[in-house]
Design a protein around this ligand. Structure first.
Ligand code: NI
Length: 172
């Protein structure tokens, strides 16, 4: 099975605000399965639906996986909401949609995530550290925000320049 392609900056679809999911059908189940495959293949610790061109409010996450299948524990979150936020934390972030770049981003240190799983069961989790950072990063994707939108204008413009050069070389 061919893996879904991850959209990369500056694809305009990454800037769209994704729509809430009202009904989980087979298409969405298949999407979630495919996204989990892509996440482990890339590899990454989270992936949001708009990154594979599906503008709906769903992400997958596994912040502690190891190479062995047994160490994998992917969570699919539908219509996520962050309801409580506490403290601040900085973390070096990267993104499968922002090639060859990482930067330090400041986020909330401790959050409460609510959402539902593929079967409509409620998900509620208090997350901190890397897990909290990753959840906020993925929810940002659903709002059309990339982590490079949360760094200084100077750093961002340097990255944009580097990326444009890279794309020009790929096409050249
Ligand atoms: Ni990302």
């Amino acid at each position: 099975m061919a893996l879904r392609e991850v959209l990369q900056f500056p694809d305009p679809r990454l800037k769209e605000v994704s729509k809430p999911i009202t009904r989980v059908d087979d298409e969405i189940r298949e999407l979630a399965r495919d996204m989990i495959d892509v996440m482990y293949d890339e590899p990454g610790i989270g992936l949001a639906a708009p990154q594979v061109g599906a503008p709906i409010r769903l992400f997958v996450i596994d912040t502690e996986w190891s190479d062995e299948e047994v160490g994998r524990n992917p969570m699919v979150v539908i219509n996520p909401e962050i309801s409580e936020r506490e403290g601040r934390i900085t973390w070096e972030e990267g993104c499968l949609s922002v090639p060859d770049y990482t930067a330090t981003v400041e986020r909330d240190a401790r959050i409460r995530l609510r959402g539902t799983d593929l079967d409509g069961n409620p998900i509620e989790e208090i997350a901190e550290g890397l897990r909290a950072v990753c959840i906020q990063h993925e929810v940002d994707h659903l709002d059309g925000i990339l982590f490079i939108d949360r760094i200084s204008r100077l750093k961002r413009s340097l990255y944009v320049k580097k990326r444009k050069k890279q794309l020009a070389e790929e096409q050249g």
